[in-house]
Design a protein around this ligand. Structure first.
Ligand code: F6P
Length: 326
């Protein structure tokens, strides 16, 4: 028999992403609208294990929709990956009577939710909050749009100085296992080459294309590299320098700037829709799923499935990069 959800907890876990606050706000206010008690769990799964849980009211989430970071704070909690840690977390939730959980985070956080929901009788709803967009079953993740726009703004600025000096710039963007930020920002800024972890880097062909462009006096070149690509920006610059010593090369690592800042309208919108949908799912008994958006419609995928799948890079996009970079 379906158990009624009356008290829900919400947490943010893993790397923060712009729009998490808008999502927390949506969960809290939707929960209150449906007469649920809502609790904020601090620092991701750590707050569950350590019983750092606070009651949320409508005013608790006032004036946060436009702020980056997460008012609930976040962490990558090692204890939660032990059976003892999860038992402790469950006991703490039980004591408060929490009988539904909303987890806003990336694939690691979903794995935690999947294990927890298989072990205990507290339904979990995952919401994809990560700048990396590396979750299959959703077209977008909360924070990706903001991160990409931050990268684009920075790369445009780099292009100005690259142009002034006729230099090659290698720009490293975030993405430990995924090349989406690199691919989107690289196409949008007209990068010559985009290197991502999902595709083996062919250094010979990069050198060849740079030499060919040098012959044509095309001296401004931008290469966008994802952090998780096999060489990374610094190593790549060294390899190019060895083979083309006269080419002036600089490296710029954008780093955590991509994780902060005011969320874009798009991120606030999907965060709000997903947050509402998580609460609706708990009430309607759609349990142990994550809520994504596919073709602009809400999409519900079992957590057991979600953790097994990887988002695929489109071959068509890679082809576009090659054609447009000539
Ligand atoms: O949240 C995703 C991400 O930003 C990755 O792109 C990056 O590799 C990682 O987090 C960095 O994590 P941390 O901030 O813990 O160093």
């Amino acid at each position: 028999m379906k158990k009624e959800v009356t008290k829900i907890g919400v947490l943010t876990s893993g790397g923060d992403s712009p729009g998490m606050n808008a999502c927390i706000r949506a969960v809290v206010r939707s929960g209150l609208y449906y007469n649920l008690e809502v609790y904020g769990i601090m620092r991701g799964y750590s707050g569950m294990v350590e019983n750092d849980i606070i009651k949320m009211e409508s005013r608790s989430v006032a004036n946060i929709i436009q702020r980056g970071g997460t008012i609930l704070k976040t962490s990558r909690c090692k204890e939660f990956y032990t059976p003892e840690g999860r038992q402790q977390a469950y006991n703490n939730l039980k004591k408060l009577g929490i009988n539904g959980l909303v987890i806003i985070g990336g694939d690691g956080s979903f794995r935690g939710a999947q294990i927890f929901s298989n072990e205990f009788d507290i339904p979990c709803i995952g919401l994809p909050g990560t700048i990396d967009k590396d979750i299959a079953g959703t077209d977008f993740t909360i924070g990706f749009d903001t991160a990409v726009n931050t990268a684009v703004e920075a790369i445009d600025k780099i292009r100005d100085t690259a142009d002034a000096h006729d230099r090659l710039f290698i720009i490293e963007v975030m993405g430990r296992d995924a090349g989406y930020i690199a691919l989107h920002s690289g196409i949008a800024t007209g990068a010559e080459n985009i290197l991502i972890p999902e595709k083996k880097t062919d250094i010979d062909s990069i050198i060849k294309s740079l030499q060919e462009k040098e012959k044509r006096k095309k001296l401004v070149n931008l290469i966008v590299v994802a952090e998780g690509e096999e060489f990374g920006g610094v190593e790549l610059a060294k390899m190019i320098k060895e083979r083309m010593p006269l080419l002036e090369t600089r490296v710029c690592i954008l780093g955590h700037i991509q994780r902060g800042g005011t969320p874009t309208c798009f991120d606030r919108l999907i965060a709000s829709r997903m947050g509402y949908s998580a609460v609706e799912s708990l009430i309607e008994g759609r349990h142990n799923i994550f809520v994504g958006i596919l073709n602009n419609k809400m999409h519900y995928i079992p957590l057991d499935e979600a953790v097994k799948k990887k988002q695929r890079i489109s071959e068509e996009w890679l082809k576009i990069v090659k054609i447009l970079a000539s």
